[in-house]
Design a protein around this ligand. Sequence first.
Ligand SMILES: *[C@@H]1O[C@H](CO)[C@@H](O)[C@H](O)[C@H]1NC(C)=O
Ligand SMILES: *[C@@H]1O[C@H](CO)[C@@H](O)[C@H](O)[C@H]1NC(C)=O
Ligand SMILES: *[C@@H]1O[C@H](CO)[C@@H](O)[C@H](O)[C@H]1NC(C)=O
Length: 219
Amino acid sequence: MVTIGCVKKTLYFSVFVLISICGVMVAILWPTVFRMLIEKDLTLRESSKSYRAWKHTTLPLYLDFYMFNWTNPQESLSNPNVKPIVVEVGPYVFREVHEKLNLTWNANNTVSYWQRRTWYFEPELSRGSLSDEITNVNVVAVTIATMADQIHVKYSDLVKKIINMFLKNTEKKLYIKKTVRELLFDGYDDGVLDLMKKLENLIKIPVQDRFGWFYPVSL
Ligand SMILES: *[C@@H]1O[C@H](CO)[C@@H](O)[C@H](O)[C@H]1NC(C)=O
Ligand SMILES: *[C@@H]1O[C@H](CO)[C@@H](O)[C@H](O)[C@H]1NC(C)=O
Ligand SMILES: *[C@@H]1O[C@H](CO)[C@@H](O)[C@H](O)[C@H]1NC(C)=O
């Protein structure tokens, strides 16, 4: 005879066993399931959640530039008692976007790509505009004057003479006045650079056609 009490006990026991088995299975399988979920979202695959964020930056990245405006170049150069005055201007803020292009999925679980970084000027976040004029040390002339001393090639004496003559004759000033845009990305033409470009083969140093801190990166 099967009594009600016995049925109840059996039922409780079965439920207990069932729950225990489930518990043990979850405990055993959980790491695998967890890893599957993670891999699904974090593995770099065209269908994964992380892929879009990786391919194209979604978080805003900002780059702040501060310039130093030399406000008394003539006075400080002609009179040794006058200290140069530099005034900090800016920030000129750029939003930076990273984009990965020409993706190639390799057989060895790697991916090859080109990264394109683009800068967008943010006038609202900046103080000033890209057409602000800034007086700076003439980096080109100073650099070339320094470089001329270090040229050790055939005819280096002749090359040095040409450069020195050029620096003197054009009365290359020690300072230049350029817009923020030119100083940073656009670059500007410079007579000395043109000359150096012509002498490139002789001095065996590669010369850029324009100068800008981030030239030839373009906006
Ligand atoms: C930099 O200084 C010059 C000379 O004082 C001035 O004309 C120019 O407006 C200044 N530029 C900025 C951005 O303040
Ligand atoms: C990327 O691919 C495009 C065409 O799909 C091509 O025109 C471009 O040159 C490639 N860029 C690089 C850096 O390989
Ligand atoms: C994977 O394959 C690519 C293309 O064949 C190769 O350039 C890269 O070096 C390989 N990477 C590794 C880690 O083997």
